[in-house]
Design a binder for this molecule. Structure first.
Ligand SMILES: NC(=O)c1ccc[n+]([C@@H]2O[C@H](COP(=O)([O-])OP(=O)(O)OC[C@H]3O[C@@H](n4cnc5c(N)ncnc54)[C@H](O)[C@@H]3O)[C@@H](O)[C@H]2O)c1
Length: 274
């Protein structure tokens, strides 16, 4: 068997939501560098311009559309447009926001934040987080299924969840955990339904990655040191480290994997070692 062929995505049509920054941008780079035609859907217009220009200058096939992933008609239209341009083989439903802090600040374990207790959790915050991390994932999977099924060549859908979908994290807030674990179960349900169409649906559950989430909080050395203590491998991850798993789930290399949530967290969900 030709192992190079296993990871081949050349000529395939792909969409990455939240692809202008962080983990999503690394997914875009992984796919485009291997010859896929990638459409970034993101609300950050300047970020799309910057990254599309940079990647196009490297000869990669990357385009972008500005939208909010909770804007369902805009999502449907952007999926239609991307599929008309290149077909649709791969969808990464990745966009997300950090709604923290939770009832504890993540770096001050043991210290509760009374102003963030459940009785002060607003409807607006709840609906915004669930809108981005659960409703929008449903919109993306539904649009992908609608377009992939009639193509008759299967497809791969990958949702970015979080280790917060595996175990509660007091630092990020209840809406995030509920939405991410809801998205993980949506992945299993969709995988079951879409299997006969050879559309595989999986999730990537990251631990702490250095990205621009939460207004760049993950770039702060003090925050990185606090996270590193909770990770058995002793550090946060670089976004480069998502690329191998992303390409695996986007390609034939994962041909018998569906309905799975793959944790990529340096062992953090196993528990801290000291
Ligand atoms: N960084 C981490 O430690 C970490 C850990 C676990 C899970 N995640 C998840 O990874 C995913 C990517 O986050 P990241 O850390 O790369 O963050 P990031 O802020 O660097 O990138 C997120 C991108 O999504 C876009 N986005 C956010 N809300 C949007 C919306 N409503 N519509 C369109 N675009 C939107 C942003 O503009 C940005 O380009 C998220 O789902 C996040 O929950 C991140």
């Amino acid at each position: 068997m030709d192992l190079q062929h296993l990871f081949n995505v050349r000529g395939q049509g792909a969409i990455v939501t939240g692809g202008a920054s962080g983990i999503g941008l690394a997914m875009v780079e992984a796919l485009a560098s291997q010859g896929a035609h990638v459409t970034i859907l993101d609300m950050d217009a300047a970020g799309i311009d910057r990254e599309v220009d940079r990647l196009a200058a490297q000869g990669l096939s990357v385009r972008g559309r500005v939208l909010d992933v909770t804007d369902r008609p805009a999502v449907d239209a952007a999926f239609d447009e991307a599929a008309a341009a290149h077909g649709l083989d791969i969808v990464f439903a990745n966009a997300g926001i950090d709604p923290g802090p939770g009832f504890m600040a993540f770096s001050d374990r043991g210290q509760r934040l009374p102003e963030h207790a459940i009785e002060h959790y607003s409807d607006e915050r709840w609906h915004r987080v669930v809108g981005v991390s659960l409703d929008a994932v449903f919109y993306a999977i539904r649009a992908a299924a609608r377009l992939m099924k009639p193509q008759g060549r299967g497809g791969r859908i990958v949702v970015t969840t979080s280790i917060s979908a595996v175990r509660p994290a007091p630092g990020v807030g209840m809406a995030y955990m509920a939405a991410k674990s809801g998205a993980a179960h949506l992945v299993r349900t969709a995988a079951l339904e879409l299997a006969r169409d050879r559309i595989r649906v999986n999730a990537i559950a990251p631990g702490p990655f250095v990205t621009h989430i939460a207004n760049g909080r993950m770039q702060d050395p003090a925050v990185q040191a606090a996270h590193a203590k909770l990770v058995p491998l002793g550090r946060m991850a670089s976004t480069e480290e998502i690329k191998g798993l992303a390409l695996f789930l986007a390609s034939e290399a994962s041909s018998f994997v569906t309905g799975e949530q793959v944790v990529i967290d340096g062992g953090a969900s196993l528990g801290a070692v000291d």
